[in-house]
Ligand binder design. Sequence first.
Ligand SMILES: Nc1ncnc2c1ncn2[C@@H]1O[C@H](COP(=O)(O)OP(=O)(O)OP(=O)(O)O)[C@@H](O)[C@H]1O
Ligand SMILES: [Mg+2]
Length: 275
Amino acid sequence: MPEAAPEPVLEVRDLGIHFGGLHAVRDVTASVPAGQITAIIGPNGAGKSTFFNLISGFYQPTSGSIRFLGEDITRLKTHQVVARGIARTFQTTTIYKELSVLDNAMIGHRVRTRAGLLDALLRTGRERQDEQGSRAGAMRALERVGLASQAGRPAGALTQEGQKRVGIAMALASDPRLLLLDEPAAGMNPEETVSLMGLIRELVAGGLTVALVEHKMSLVMGLADRILVLHHGQKIAQGTPAEVSRDPTVIEAYLGGHAHGGQMGQPGQAGGSHA
Ligand SMILES: Nc1ncnc2c1ncn2[C@@H]1O[C@H](COP(=O)(O)OP(=O)(O)OP(=O)(O)O)[C@@H](O)[C@H]1O
Ligand SMILES: [Mg+2]
């Protein structure tokens, strides 16, 4: 028996953005329930990262609204969105490989609590003042991702999965309520993927709400409470993993673009023609 859905932390209504004539996200109405894992899937170019860019304030929507914890955040800038409690990781790694794991987490903390990356890198007076606070916040974030013992190592010396954990620690350093992960398992082997899934489960058990974009169906099906499916920028399905995986529209979306091996199991690997 399905339980009643928890209150949504995030609600988007008729959300859209177009770049010239291209509607990267179009009329998407969806919600992210508190304390759960919501996966956003869809073929390459479906608008998944753009959806995250809209929620996190990197892009301004051309239509629709975004509510977070009951507040309208549609027009807020990135640092204001972070201050409300939404943090994200990026599809491509954005860690500083030469710097220590701790320094990376501290940059995450400063960027998210202060004016911006430049301040964080140049270490202005204000930043120095906050050094102790950043360090403590960064160490807490590293503990949450299991990297406290690696704090002094160069981030680039860690495994792929370790480096992803650094990226997650950078996001956690702002102590978010909602964490957006864009393809967290990209480039990972199966063992690393399983380990990362364990981390995401732990974070959610600790009270965090997670929305993630991922092509690896083992992760999506193993983790997600609910799945939102985007195709050509539009929502074509939303439901439990079981509901979504037997939805004819979803199956067609995955098979349609990928003539061979087009199992819903591996949409990311099937094609590769998307630039
Ligand atoms: N800043 C931008 N300017 C113009 N077009 C953009 C911009 N950002 C995204 N797009 C386009 O919007 C569409 C959706 O892109 P998006 O990156 O959101 O896809 P995605 O679902 O994350 O794909 P992938 O699985 O390959 O990461 C693509 O056609 C992309 O080229
Ligand atoms: Mg993407």
